[in-house]
Design a binder for this molecule. Structure first.
Ligand SMILES: NC(=O)c1ccc[n+]([C@@H]2O[C@H](COP(=O)([O-])OP(=O)(O)OC[C@H]3O[C@@H](n4cnc5c(N)ncnc54)[C@H](O)[C@@H]3O)[C@@H](O)[C@H]2O)c1
Length: 278
């Protein structure tokens, strides 16, 4: 029996290869959950170009590979987390196809627009806040309504960041959205606890996903280092001596989604090799 046997989970922004969402989906499927991976599916406007997002084609490849690798139940749905209609439809379709909903992982996020605060446009600020904070709020709201109707609790897991607790230069919109996500996590925990719903955040430090690689390249420009130099710079600040892996974050999510974490809510758990300690 897996630790998430017979659970039904939605993971947002899980359509990119090597992403944290893919890693979480892998571990959830290995632990016996029915997993619905969702992503935006197609490019949208200047700030969400095809090379930075999980297209429908890539999401189908991710799901097929995970089914093959884990033998688990992995399904796909297109959902732009900026759209309340998309979110309520995704939740309704999940319940009608798989019978219920137990877990939502708010993983979709963007952090590839990197520039000094004084050069940041309102458009750039808005798109990051819309995807990283407004989307998780809407998903929490609609999932909570379903959890309460079902009557057996539920789990909300928000993928925040080390940038939810510490500053990250060139990422004022991102750090603001991730700090806000902790407020969302705690307030949801306070309001929804009486229904047996837990709400927790996970705060990873750097992981070399597609997004992580872009951030490394941009940091390298600022620091005058190549990618290896940036990674060495990062490792030097991490007590456990290596950068994070998607599996580190995924293992924390399995725990928070499992029965073992039934009495844990309102937490913002660092998964950072000791780089972040508060
Ligand atoms: N990689 C890191 O170093 C790191 C560290 C801490 C936190 N995080 C967070 O982890 C999460 C996953 O990041 P990742 O590194 O795997 O990057 P990623 O780019 O692989 O994944 C982000 C996903 O969000 C999706 N997305 C973007 N806009 C969307 C929208 N409007 N609707 C639905 N999906 C949308 C993208 O298509 C993509 O699949 C993000 O929230 C990120 O902020 C990443």
């Amino acid at each position: 029996m897996g630790r998430l046997q017979d659970k039904v989970a939605i993971i947002t922004g899980a359509g990119r290869k090597k992403g944290l969402g893919e890693g979480i989906a892998r571990r959830f499927a290995e632990e016996g959950a029915t997993v619905v991976i969702t992503d935006i599916g197609k490019a949208s406007g200047d700030h969400l170009p095809a090379n930075h997002i999980g297209t429908s084609e890539e999401m189908e490849e991710v799901a097929a590979a995970l089914r093959e690798e884990t033998g688990g139940n992995v399904h796909t749905m297109v959902c732009d987390v900026r759209s309340e209609d998309d979110i309520s439809r995704t939740i309704a379709d999940t319940v009608s196809q798989f019978g219920k909903l137990d877990i939502v992982v708010n993983n979709a996020g963007i952090g590839y627009i990197m520039k000094p605060l004084m050069e940041m446009s309102i458009d750039e600020w808005d798109v990051v806040l819309d995807v990283n904070l407004r989307g998780p709020f809407l998903f929490t709201k609609h999932a909570a309504q379903v959890f309460i109707r079902q009557g057996f609790g539920g789990r909300i897991i928000n993928i925040a960041s080390q940038a939810a607790k510490s500053p990250a230069p060139l990422l004022v919109h991102y750090t603001s959205s991730k700090h806000g996500m902790i407020g969302l996590t705690r307030t949801a925990a306070a309001e929804l606890g009486e229904y047996g719903i837990t709400s927790n955040a996970v705060c990873p430090n750097h992981v070399t996903t597609g997004l992580g690689a872009i951030q490394n390249a941009r940091r390298g420009e600022v620091l005058g280092k190549d990618t290896d130099g940036v990674l060495d710079f990062r490792k030097a600040k991490i007590p456990l001596g290596r950068v994070g892996l998607a599996s580190d974050t995924a293992n924390a999510c399995v725990f928070l989604a499992s029965d073992e974490a039934a009495y844990i809510t309102g937490e913002a758990m660092n998964v950072s090799g000791g780089e972040e300690m508060h």
